[in-house]
Design a protein around this ligand. Structure first.
Ligand SMILES: [Zn+2]
Length: 165
């Protein structure tokens, strides 16, 4: 498993200088530390978790976005008990897992999962900024949740406007 901190620091809760700096510089957060601990603990039980790379997490009003690798996306979707523990231990309502190495379109697909993107266009705004407009099949998606997803997309470096159909 790949996490931002040393295994030993996460397990002991006493951070070495390198790990302390990750927090002090804002590169990683206490939330990242909590998630690293959960994943390490669960990995002693579920060997498959060894394949996971955990990079960083962001939270937006009760929705937790986890930046991971492809195995992380797959395993955290399949293994409901791990997702449930993360939700319980971090006090969020929902988790979303995205492979941070994928291209912007694939990141958006993972962001809105289990809803499906049925239309996508890309526009160029002044200042060489690109923005995606996507149409998502999901009448159940309310405006409040859509706004959270748009904010989380920014954390992934993607500007997006989401419409539902
Ligand atoms: Zn350390």
């Amino acid at each position: 498993m790949k996490i931002p901190f040393c295994d030993f620091c996460v397990k002991s809760g006493i951070l070495c200088q390198k790990c302390r700096e990750l927090i002090d510089t804002g590169k990683n957060s206490d939330l990242d530390l909590t998630l690293s601990r959960i994943l390490l603990e669960e990995a002693s039980r579920i060997r498959e978790l060894e394949k996971i790379e955990f990079k960083k997490a962001h939270v937006e009003d009760g929705v937790l976005l986890i930046l991971s690798n492809n195995d992380g996306v797959r395993i955290l979707r399949d293994r409901k008990e791990i997702a449930e523990r993360i939700i319980r231990d971090t006090g969020v309502e929902k988790i979303i897992v995205v492979d941070y190495r994928k291209d912007q379109k694939r990141k958006l697909e993972e962001l809105v999962y289990p809803f499906r993107i049925v239309g996508l266009s890309k526009v160029w705004l002044p200042g060489n900024i690109t923005e995606f407009k996507i149409m998502v099949e999901g009448k159940e998606l309310d405006e409040k949740h859509v706004q959270k997803l748009e904010k989380l997309a920014k954390k992934l470096g993607v500007n997006v406007r989401i419409q539902t159909t």
